[in-house]
Design a protein. Structure first.
Length: 178
């Protein structure tokens, strides 16, 4: 019944001029097991403010996409303020822009050179920030010994991440027969 059964609920805040980049980020987060809400999901005839307010209240974390466009958006500033006040803010820069006053005291993740892969280092940083915002321990994709190959290490890291995001605690493993 809760969103945590399907992964943490993420609210994506962005300026409409950044819609293409926002969609790429939404897809990457969904591929990582998150449930992503963004205004493209608002049904026809719905009141924007009501739908957005409801989604913000239900969100486990709010990923704010700062850009030259979004720093001028009253909507994005309001959504970011709501997230900051709830301690659910995950600030991201799409183009190297700095956030407006009131949001500069938070470490921002730079996605300027991100090319859309859900397992890229920049997106891994976003996932760690989301885990911190929702109160989960960050999941490390690094092991203490060198991995046999990068692909196998990434698959293992993704498996651990999905397990951590799928429920508040990792599923119990059977310890014996019977």
């Amino acid at each position: 019944m809760s969103d945590e059964e399907d992964g943490s609920a993420i609210f994506l805040s962005y300026a409409h001029a950044d819609k293409v980049k926002a969609k790429r980020i939404a897809v990457a987060l969904e591929q990582s097991g998150y449930t992503v809400w963004w205004d493209q999901l608002i049904e026809g005839g719905s009141r924007f403010a009501h739908s957005i307010d409801e989604a913000l209240d239900k969100a486990d974390a709010v990923v704010v996409l700062w850009s030259r466009n979004s720093i001028e958006s009253d909507w994005v500033r309001d959504e970011a303020s709501h997230a900051r006040d709830r301690q659910r803010l995950v600030p991201v820069s799409l183009d190297g822009s700095h956030p407006p006053l009131g949001f500069r005291q938070y470490q921002m993740i730079d996605l300027t050179h991100w090319r859309g892969k859900s397992d890229a280092p920049q997106m891994e940083a976003v996932k760690r920030a989301i885990a911190a915002a929702v109160g989960q321990a960050p999941v490390s994709t690094r092991s203490s010994s060198p991995p046999v190959d990068r692909r196998r290490a990434l698959i293992a890291g993704e498996t651990r991440w999905r397990r951590a995001c799928g429920s508040p605690s990792p599923p119990a493993r059977p310890t014996g027969a019977g």
